[in-house]
Design a protein. Structure first.
Length: 465
């Protein structure tokens, strides 16, 4: 062996030793921070040193300090806020609540999820079950169904969609196990891992979960008061290969906007110019009377329209639907076959009966009135706070001051037996705003009133003091 090769071997051994020491030091710091956070020695809301500050204090490289904070964030122990720093999370409640919320205690008021219910809905179900049981069609409901749904059921949904401004034939409709399943099969059918998808900087958490599961590259679009910043969207489409745009033009969740007809036209123009598929989520659209036409009505050749009846009827009846361009329908059907084979026929039969006899129209009108009453109540009880929402929405958005901590407020409310969500589950950008979302549809009005009074008191004491 030459002297030169001996020197090279020695250098490799030294570098390997340094890397091991660095890895050991990095893990030691992660473990130390984790222990201090979990035992409460580092309290929620504590601002941690900057990356450079930590590197200087511990005698490590800045890249190692960055790695320490990244792992702590992955563990749900800290949160990074652009321009502000890294903060200790409050780990007394699940990260952000939202879609990852644990079961709410029986004595807690749930302002996190919406499952609006009206008096008499249980009686409607009893009557529907009696009618199905005596219809003579019961045996057919016990068999496998066509993957996309029975033709007569898809025809019922087509008639329903016409009232929403979408004229389509049954061949372009697929019945799903709720709108979330509709979004899942859309992702499976139309997108691949690594595809760039434009989304609002604050968006529906269920789509974020899908994006993570299918390894999509989400690009956040900033919000204006009335919808997404279309200038930013156009610039993004000009600089990156955007494969799809996920949007909620009618009653955005969580901000409640309804895009104008002019903005919808421009959104479609951008999509036609650059080629991305439009994924239109209309889960809450039924709450808005006389909105501008859906994207799927104006651009049916490039829009996958996803909605459902869980919110307008009952969350336990998991029936949704997708309207898609003919070229996409076969892939969507394969995705249904791969996931659920078909939507349970009994659920679909009940829902389609209600579509045909006007029950769904009646329930939707009642729920619009109910949502308006709850939104008005929130405006009264939270008067003076900067609420953002739609007058007939089942949720409202409460931004907090920049120096407030939404996770601390959420934890305080949890100790008051009130469950709310921070902005984290909805955020797709680097910066997570300090805000909470209040779902208004899951408790009776008297309980909602007293709960909102507690929310106001705690918010004023914790955030606005």
């Amino acid at each position: 062996m030459t002297v030169r090769s001996c020197e090279q071997d020695s250098q490799r051994i030294v570098m390997r030793t340094i890397r091991r020491m660095s890895a050991s030091r990095y893990k030691t710091l992660v473990d130390a921070f984790a222990a201090d956070i979990r035992t409460g020695r580092l309290v929620a809301g504590t601002r941690l040193p900057t990356h450079r500050g930590l590197a200087a204090r511990e005698g490590i490289a800045v890249v190692t300090a960055t790695r320490v904070y990244a792992e702590l964030e992955a563990m749900g122990l800290v949160s990074r806020e652009q321009g502000r720093g890294t903060f200790v999370r409050d780990i007394a409640v699940p990260a952000g609540q939202g879609i990852d919320q644990q079961a709410v205690a029986t004595d807690a008021v749930d302002l996190n999820f919406n499952y609006p219910s009206l008096p008499g809905q249980a009686d409607l179900l009893r009557q529907a079950l009696r009618e199905v049981a005596t219809s003579g069609d019961l045996d057919s409901l016990l068999r496998y169904q066509p993957h996309r749904g029975r033709p007569q059921d898809r025809a019922s949904i087509a008639r329903h969609l016409k009232r929403r401004g979408i004229t389509t034939d049954a061949d372009r409709i697929l019945i799903t196990n709720g709108a979330q399943h509709g979004l899942a099969i859309t992702v499976m059918a139309a997108l691949n891992a690594g595809d760039v998808v434009a989304v609002d900087a604050l968006t529906y958490p269920g789509f974020k979960v899908l994006a993570h599961a299918f390894h999509l590259d989400l690009e956040p679009i900033p919000a204006t008061a009335d919808g997404p910043d279309l200038d930013a969207l156009e610039m993004l489409c000009s600089t990156r290969p955007v494969r799809a745009i996920y949007t909620m033009p009618t009653l955005h969740n969580p901000l409640g906007w309804v895009m104008s007809a002019a903005d919808r036209a421009r959104l479609i123009k951008i999509a036609r110019q650059h080629g991305p598929l439009l994924i239109e989520d209309a889960s809450y659209a039924y709450l808005v009377e006389n909105p501008p036409p859906p994207l799927a009505a104006t651009a049916p050749d490039m829009t996958v329209y996803v909605s459902g009846l869980s919110k307008s009827i009952a969350t336990g009846l998991r029936v949704g639907f997708v309207v898609a361009p003919p070229s996409v329908v076969p892939s969507l059907e394969r995705a249904i076959r791969a996931t659920t084979w078909n939507t349970p026929a009994l659920n679909t039969a009940i829902v389609c009966r209600w579509l045909d006899d006007g029950t769904v129209n009646h329930l939707e009108a009642q729920k619009r009135d109910d949502a308006m009453a709850r939104q008005a109540l929130a405006g009264q009880e939270l008067a003076g706070l900067p609420l953002i929402g739609h007058p007939s929405s089942y949720f409202t958005w409460l931004p907090l001051p920049d120096d407030a901590r939404a996770d601390r407020l959420t934890a305080t409310l949890a100790r008051q037996h009130i469950s709310v969500s921070t902005a984290e589950p909805f955020t797709t950008s680097v910066h997570t705003p300090q805000a909470i979302r209040l779902a208004l549809g899951s408790t009776d009005l008297d309980s909602l009133r007293s709960t909102l009074r507690t929310v106001r008191r705690v918010a004023v004491e914790d955030a606005y003091a």
